[in-house]
Design a protein around this ligand. Structure first.
Ligand code: NDP
Ligand code: MG
Length: 396
């Protein structure tokens, strides 16, 4: 006799996914998940900034209903390549918002990098879409506006950032139990243990190599400076409605524990696994289900040592600046983010030294007017002012 199976069966309806930033690290891994689960997911919108070649290749494999290329110089190339394929081709920054409002998808994978992801994500929320949020900058810049709109529309923002996905997973079934604190783990990045004088000579090619994760250029630099962890503290504050004092960062070099939640009885829950972004990506897409997969498993008996220590915020001053911005609130995280985006851009273009990035951010935070309760428009204005000021320091 066949054993009775109690395995959870998933509904047969296909979830339509709009992948904003499909040519990036998160976007490509989202497509990997879709490729292996074609009966569960279909990509119906794909967007890129300037990588037309990859966008075309993806479109010819997945046949979405629409593609967006924000760099208008690439429009003709994409249009020509997809002629007669029944795929709408759109171009320009506004087209991202237009696409975000389309009815051909139900779940947005927010995988654009930086401030550019904010407007399309807001548009998706206002159109009642659920969001898988990789783009942490969206919450750093305007977390209050985003979370308020999400609550009003009754949609879910499911984190994709591995730490926040870990916390989200730890909170399942704990609706009535307040969080005492969360513990965000940080790998420490490629310069863990280094002192300030070492940082002076760091070049792009050193900083871009992350020990545990393969990611886009901007987040790789942010991980090396620990700014990424600062942005994640602010992201967590909004996602889980926490006070700054409830958010702790611990360096855990192996990146096996992805983060932890401590409850009011002192019990701590952790979510663990090998570092692989496909797991939080597919968790967000399939939530509340877990999908069977063949990703490599963590083996406790092969690598039994897990270390933990406090972050060195004296050396990695970007984290100290982000913590200060989180405590200050208002438009300060927005200013921090804008200055950081410019500083990282300058560093990636070899126009700014590694430690100069911190100086640029610090001076921008000290210069742009503080607003305690900004409106969305004021966030946009602060972002613009902070960008111009930061750019004026590095001549870009
Ligand atoms: P990538 O740089 O690899 O990809 C960014 C994507 O956004 C690409 O599709 C890119 O298009 C597009 N893009 C870039 N600039 C613009 C713009 N101005 N307007 C519209 N689209 C744009 O980044 P990642 O995938 O690494 O990161 C994406 C987001 O996810 C970031 O916010 C990051 O912090 C977050 N995240 C990433 C993780 C990772 O493992 N990679 C982990 C946790 C969070 P094109 O390719 O044409 O340039
Ligand atoms: Mg992360």
């Amino acid at each position: 006799m066949e054993p009775v199976s109690f395995q959870h069966t998933h509904s047969s309806t296909i979830k339509t996914i709009g992948i904003f930033g499909s040519t990036g690290s998160i976007g490509k891994q989202t497509l990997d998940v879709i490729r292996t689960n074609p009966s569960l997911f279909k990509a119906t919108i794909l967007t890129a900034h300037s990588n037309a070649d990859l966008l075309i290749e993806q479109a010819l494999e997945f046949f979405p209903q629409a593609v967006v290329i924000t760099d208008t110089n690439k429009y003709n190339q994409v249009k020509l390549a997809l002629e007669g394929k029944d795929i709408a081709v759109m171009a320009g920054e506004e087209a991202l918002e237009e696409a975000a409002a389309m009815s051909c998808y139900e779940f947005m994978m927010a995988g654009i990098v930086g401030f550019a992801g904010l407007k399309p994500t807001l548009m998706a929320i206002s159109n009642g879409k659920n969001i898988g949020l990789a783009n942490k900058e969206t919450l750093v810049v305007a977390g209050d506006v985003v979370m308020k709109m999400a609550a009003e529309k009754g949609i879910s923002i499911i984190p994709v950032d591995s730490e926040h996905s870990a916390i989200y997973q730890c909170l399942v079934g704990e609706d009535k139990n307040p969080i005492e604190k969360i513990i965000l783990t940080a790998s420490g990045g490629p310069f863990f243990g280094k002192k300030p004088n070492y940082l002076v000579n760091i070049k792009r090619e050193h900083a871009i190599q992350h020990p545990n994760w393969s990611m886009g250029a901007k987040i790789s630099i942010d991980s090396s400076t620990l700014m990424n962890k600062g942005l994640e503290m602010i992201e967590a504050k909004w996602l889980f409605n926490l006070k700054p004092s409830q958010i702790e960062v611990v360096v855990h070099q192996q990146s096996i524990i992805h983060s932890m939640v401590q409850f009011e009885d002192g019990s701590i829950k952790a979510q663990m696994g090998l570092p692989d972004m496909k797991l939080p990506i597919q968790y967000a897409m399939a939530y509340p289900n877990r999908l069977k997969n063949d990703f490599p498993r963590y083996n406790f008996t092969k690598s039994a040592v897990l270390n933990f220590e406090p972050p060195d915020i004296k050396t990695f001053r970007n984290l100290a600046l982000a913590i200060a911005a989180m405590h200050k609130g208002g438009n300060m995280p927005c200013i921090l983010n804008a200055a950081n985006e410019i500083a990282v851009y300058g560093f990636l273009k070899n126009r700014v030294g590694y430690i100069d990035m911190t100086e640029i951010i610090e001076r921008t935070m000290a210069t742009i007017p503080f607003i305690e309760n900004p409106s969305l428009e004021e966030y946009f204005e602060s972002d613009g002012e902070a960008r111009s000021f930061a750019a004026s320091m590095i001549n870009i």
